[in-house]
Design a protein around this ligand. Structure first.
Ligand code: BT5
Length: 323
């Protein structure tokens, strides 16, 4: 356990024990003095953990704070690549920008950057993403898939699938994928994905998949037409649990994507789509296209059947479900 901070090592032992453990045993197992243990416990408490100390019994972990602490995000996380390295910031401009910088400097695939608050959270096309402190999950994942730049939108859809599944599993809420980059509950946006890329003409160097989720945000924190999990569920949930589940699901679908391509995740994306088989209006490259959302193509594009009978393939855009 060399190089692992003392706090994390103590937390690890306290979690596994799930009962009182004597200061003596802790100091023996960590090779630290009793005073050293006591000081580390004080630092753990400053992070927001509740640890009780009882004479003769020792220390016991009572409560974990709902903070995006790397140790909590990764403890016993069974993923292959996503979340093997996690960084968490209290306040930064944009997790996508920080992840992009890290990736430029060689950060490995699966590195994830979290923030409790973003001061310049980004949406697509220069739009902004409201990121109130401690209420949402703002995270960016570095991926280095061996794909052409034209396949990047597939990873955006895979991320919407991971989030949709995780929300359903944890809360029972019926979340849906709104093409091309949203997750909605009761037709209201609770999550948006922004994928950015560093690529050459025919090869992606890396992708940054940025995920913003309104978890415990209140109506007043959000744009009028948006919502949060808390607003829809009428109850707060653990951001840590949701973030861990998203890392797991993303890892699972990313592995499938790397091995079998986009088709298997696409079948599920269609199943959870709130867009297909509806009349839609898409704002795309300064044009409005209206018609029937017929299918999501094997590259993630939306096929819209126009009223004149022709089908048009739309690669990106802003979409309104009309009915
Ligand atoms: C998106 O763009 O939906 C992508 C949002 C990605 C945010 C994440 S957070 C972590 C990572 N780091 C970043 O800097 N970004 C990513 P788009 O489809 O263009 O939608 C943007 C529009 O959604 C805005 O113009 C607002 O109308 C609306 N919006 C802004 N904040 C919102 C929020 N918190 N919840 C719902 N809608 C919001």
């Amino acid at each position: 356990m060399r190089n692992i901070p003392t706090e994390d090592r103590i937390l690890w032992i306290l979690k596994e024990k799930d009962d009182f453990i004597s200061g003596e045993e802790l100091s023996h197992r960590l090779g630290l003095s009793r005073m050293g243990i006591w000081k580390a416990i004080q630092r753990i408490k400053l992070l927001g953990y509740s640890v009780v100390a009882q004479p003769h019994l020792g220390y016991r972990l009572i409560e974990v704070p709902d903070r995006l602490i790397p140790f909590e995000l990764t403890w016993n996380l069974k993923t292959k690549s996503i979340g093997k390295s996690v960084l968490s910031f209290k306040k930064i401009e944009s997790t996508n920008n920080t992840a992009y910088e890290l990736a430029t400097n060689g950060a490995r695939e699966g590195t994830v950057v979290f923030a409790e608050e973003q001061t310049k959270g980004k949406g697509r096309l220069g739009r902004s993403w409201l990121s109130p402190a401690y209420k949402g999950i703002y995270m960016s994942v570095i991926l280095r898939p061996n794909i052409a730049p034209s396949s990047a939108p597939e990873l955006t859809l895979i991320a919407t699938l991971a989030v949709t599944k995780a929300i359903r599993e944890l809360t029972g809420l019926l979340s849906f994928i709104k093409w091309p980059n949203d997750v909605v509950i009761n037709s209201k946006k609770v999550c948006g994905i922004l994928t950015e890329m560093n690529a050459e003409i025919d090869k992606v160097n890396f992708l940054i998949v940025g995920i913003g989720i309104n978890v415990n945000s209140e109506k007043k924190d959000l744009p009028k037409e948006a919502s949060s999990i808390k607003e829809e569920l009428k109850q707060r949930i653990s951001r840590i649990e949701l973030a861990r589940l998203i890392l797991l699901r993303l890892d699972e679908y990313y592995e499938i994507f790397k091995e079998f391509g986009f088709n298997p995740p696409l079948a599920e994306i269609k199943r959870y789509s709130s867009t297909l088989n509806r009349r839609v209006k898409v704002h795309y490259l300064n044009r409005f296209i209206e018609g029937h959302a017929q299918d999501i193509d094997k590259d993630g594009a939306l096929l819209v059947r126009l009223d004149n009978g022709f089908a048009e393939k739309v690669f990106a855009g802003d979409l309104v479900n009309i009915r």
